[in-house]
Design a protein around this ligand. Structure first.
Ligand code: PGA
Length: 250
């Protein structure tokens, strides 16, 4: 469908154990095939499995990312927390920040900005989630909300080369509902336009996330503006994840 790289980011959320890592074997095999070279596969397991995932994917083309981090740049007395430095040290190259499940439990745009800055300082690549709630959509606030999330989340950040945007309408995450294709195409177009204009970049990467599955990927892949997908529940099942990758690249 496209000559460019396509991102397939597996967000395992609070799922997975030492046994489930073995299930990614088939995804590793797929990534070695010439045909799927364009697929940039990134696994974001829970913190407890980062080390094992890094070891399992070493010498493969698959990269590993974390799902969040603490705002604090340095080590400190923050019981139960993990910062970007530790994530980098564990071998991660990527990090998801601003996921709506974390915005929901207290991550403001300001907190997200601090997390992004500390991750950039550690040279992590950011998967920056943005998206409106159903209420905001109904009140026709989508653009306003998204532009604010971008501006505030990236406050004082000049270079955005290491930032990949993931448009995830909150009402789409885990619900089985995806936006109307025309609406999604338009929204991604608007997001790209805003980023280009604000940050003077030519080709910002914008992914789509929210209920991506092997069925709806056949429609989603038709939107050529989309640079890949952030996949939750379907990514925990290697068969489904592979199916999504194959159908997109074919
Ligand atoms: P979902 O999750 O694919 O299960 O809807 C996507 C996400 O939360 O990133």
């Amino acid at each position: 469908m496209t000559n460019n790289n396509m991102y397939f980011i597996a967000n395992w959320k609070m799922f997975g154990n030492l046994k489930s890592i073995n299930s990614i074997k088939n995804v590793i095999n797929l990534s070695t095939k010439l045909k799927y070279r364009k697929a940039k596969i990134i696994y974001c397991p829970p913190y407890t499995l980062l080390d094992q995932f890094v070891k399992k994917t070493i010498k493969t083309k698959i990269d590993i990312g974390a799902q969040d981090c603490h705002t604090h740049q340095n080590y400190g007395a923050f019981t139960g927390s993990i910062n970007a430095k530790m994530i980098k040290n564990a071998g991660s190259k990527f990090i998801i920040i601003g996921h709506s499940e974390n915005r929901n439990t207290g991550d403001t745009n300001k907190i997200i900005n601090l997390k992004i800055k500390s991750s950039l300082n550690e040279k992590l690549k950011i998967i920056f989630c943005i998206g409106e709630t159903l209420k905001e959509k109904r009140n026709k606030k989508t653009n306003q909300v998204i532009n604010k999330q971008i501006k505030k989340g990236l406050k004082d950040i000049k270079k955005i080369d290491n930032i990949i945007f993931a448009y995830e309408p909150v009402w789409s995450i885990g619900t089985g509902i995806i936006p109307e294709l025309d609406d999604l195409r338009n929204q991604v177009k608007k997001i790209k336009f805003f980023i280009k204009k604000t940050y003077k970049v030519k080709n910002p990467l914008v992914l789509y996330g929210g209920s991506v599955n092997p069925k709806n990927i056949l429609s989603l892949r038709e939107i050529s503006l989309i640079n890949g997908f952030l996949i939750g529940v379907a990514s925990q099942n290697s068969k489904k994840f592979i199916d999504i990758i194959k159908k997109t690249i074919n």
